[in-house]
Design a protein around this ligand. Structure first.
Ligand code: NDP
Length: 297
């Protein structure tokens, strides 16, 4: 029997633990605060930001939200980040990506105070992650790590194939998998659009983590019996639904499920964990900045 992993349930478990930590902090006079900044007219970005703000409200984290017109100069965004860096009520800052083309994404990431960088994308935090001393693990790969741990899927000694080499998913995912200790000790292979014979790589894997952004590109023929399949992809494809589209992953769910030992669905797999881990990082940020200890889940 293939286990279909319930990301909502695992996300809820983590959120519950994060809410308890929030209560501890509030009782000590520290209300964790997360500021989201949106500089885009993109509907999907608006949805993601509002989901993050909603999660804050449910947990007891104070949410602050800033919207800038997409055609404002980059300096306006930088000034907003500077203000948030200086605001002691704000422990975490998230600038929703993508930013408009005239704004240099790297400059944005480097402008955020590394202590408030709850996405974990500032070079200082990337460096810490790579060197095995992570402060804030990037939310999506950290969520995948939690899914594996909570489902009892051992990574030690396993061959893990990560499909995708982005800075936000693929690279940090592979880095987490090769770290020493629990949730790590795997042998990670990172594949991308120039990889020769991807199917040969995925067929050799014990764990396949798909983060390519290509609808249903990994199917059962590319997997060996007993593989764990984690589908990070969220792709909108045209469909005869009310919204005119549906969400599918990077994995062809039915054919992959026939081969997999365990598999995450889309939606309801990795997605809920990404938001739960953002809340986790925000509470961690509040704890680090206030000196009030909490035991995160
Ligand atoms: P990017 O577009 O930044 O990166 C995609 C990566 O996949 C690139 O490294 C690219 O290779 C590689 N790739 C593209 N096509 C192929 C192919 N045919 N074969 C092998 N590799 C390929 O995407 P992200 O990392 O930001 O996101 C990946 C997916 O995950 C998207 O669907 C996104 O929506 C989803 N996502 C989901 C989240 C969640 O919460 N579940 C959070 C973040 C993202 P190359 O570098 O050579 O171009």
């Amino acid at each position: 029997m293939t286990t279909v992993i319930d990301g909502n349930e695992i996300g809820d478990q983590i959120t519950e633990g994060v809410a308890e930590c929030t209560e501890t902090l509030v009782n000590e006079g520290v209300t964790p605060g997360l500021a989201t900044v949106l500089m885009s007219d993109d509907g999907a970005s608006e949805t993601y930001v509002s989901m993050k703000q909603q999660a804050c409200a449910e947990i007891g984290i104070e949410g602050y939200h800033y919207e800038l017109d997409a055609d404002e100069p980059a300096e306006t965004l930088f000034a907003t980040i500077d203000d948030l860096n200086a605001d002691p009520a704000v422990h975490g800052i998230l600038v929703q990506m993508p930013v408009p083309d005239h704004v240099d994404k790297r400059e944005v990431l480097e402008r955020i105070d590394p202590m408030k960088d709850v996405d974990g994308f500032h070079p200082e935090n990337v460096g810490r992650l790579v060197s095995g001393n992570a402060r804030y693990k990037p939310c999506t790969p950290h969520g995948v790590q939690k899914i594996l741990a909570k489902t009892g899927i051992e990574t030690e000694g396993k061959d893990a194939v990560v499909v995708g080499r982005s800075d936000i998913v693929g690279k940090p995912m592979a880095n987490l998998l090769i770290q020493y200790g629990s949730g790590g000790n795997a042998t990670a292979t990172v594949c991308h659009s120039r990889t020769d014979d991807l199917a040969a790589k995925t067929r050799d894997a014990d764990i396949v983590i798909a983060a390519a952004g290509v609808p249903e590109m990994i199917d059962g023929s590319m997997l060996t019996e007993g593989t764990t399949v984690i589908d990070v992809g969220i792709n909108r494809v045209d469909a005869d639904t009310e919204k005119g589209y549906e969400l599918v992953g990077d994995v062809d769910f039915e054919s992959a499920k026939a081969k997999a030992d365990a598999i995450t669905p889309v939606p309801g797999g990795v997605g809920p964990l990404t938001i739960a881990m953002l809340m986790y990082n925000t509470v961690k940020a509040a704890s680090l900045q206030s000196g009030v200890d909490v035991t995160l889940p």
